[in-house]
Write a protein that binds this ligand. Structure first.
Ligand SMILES: CC(C)(COP(=O)(O)OP(=O)(O)OC[C@H]1O[C@@H](n2cnc3c(N)ncnc32)[C@H](O)[C@@H]1OP(=O)(O)O)[C@@H](O)C(=O)NCCC(=O)NCCS
Length: 183
């Protein structure tokens, strides 16, 4: 699905535009993913693992735009992508169709201005409108800011996967599994 365009003013006065990435934004999206993967260890991939394949990225974007039960909420500052979040089905099986997966990433320069909070409120509304009953996510246990945000939004921890992440230096990090009931 496509998120309708909307101007948002952040707590610090900066103005950004909410919308959905389109195929023409594919290179921007690749660049954005590389940046967020390099700024912290909180994303799943290291920057060199972000696929530098324009056609592949265009397909991901167009599949999402055509998906009735999935959406990218992308945040632009001018033409530059500064944040992205998604909801999508994990499995398109009858038994699983009430559940959606959520993910978010914001360039550090735009963090701590309330952007994550605004994005999550909007995405939760979208998920309800799409008929999902619960939203699920995984977050590395050392990501205190993300965990604080998710708890503020009502997510509850339901378990931990020990040693879910192994950094290049050999450090293990658990994954906190969280769920939000939407209905
Ligand atoms: C995690 C992320 C989405 C949060 O978005 P954000 O715009 O920075 O968050 P907000 O400013 O809306 O809110 C963050 C909240 O966490 C709180 N917080 C910040 N750092 C914290 C810390 N170390 N410990 C506890 N709480 C913290 C803030 O006070 C704020 O709560 P408040 O609004 O009640 O004051 C964003 O920082 C991000 O994308 N980080 C890098 C990538 C990432 O971690 N993605 C998530 C992977 S699971």
């Amino acid at each position: 699905m496509k998120y309708k365009k909307e101007e948002i003013t952040l707590r610090d006065g900066r103005k950004v535009t909410f919308g959905s990435a389109q195929e023409k934004d594919a290179q921007q999206m690749i660049d954005f993913m590389k940046i967020i993967a390099s700024e912290t260890n909180f994303m799943l991939r290291y920057p060199e693992e972000v696929k530098d394949d324009l056609e592949f990225e265009k397909k991901i974007i167009s599949d999402m735009l055509n998906n009735e039960r999935g959406i990218f909420l992308t945040v632009f500052d001018g033409d530059r992508i500064v944040a992205n979040s998604h909801i999508s089905l994990d499995f398109d099986f009858i038994k699983m169709r009430h559940r959606c997966d959520f993910g978010i990433g914001i360039i550090q320069e735009y963090c701590d201005s309330g952007l994550g909070t605004i994005m999550m409120k909007k995405v939760i509304e979208e998920a309800k409108e799409m008929g999902f009953e619960q939203m699920e996510l995984g977050v590395f246990a050392d990501n205190k800011r993300a965990i604080a945000l998710y708890k503020k939004m009502g997510f509850k921890e339901y378990g931990r996967l020990p040693k879910a992440c192994k950094l290049k230096d050999g450090t293990y990090i658990d994954q906190v599994c969280m769920v939000l009931e939407l209905s």
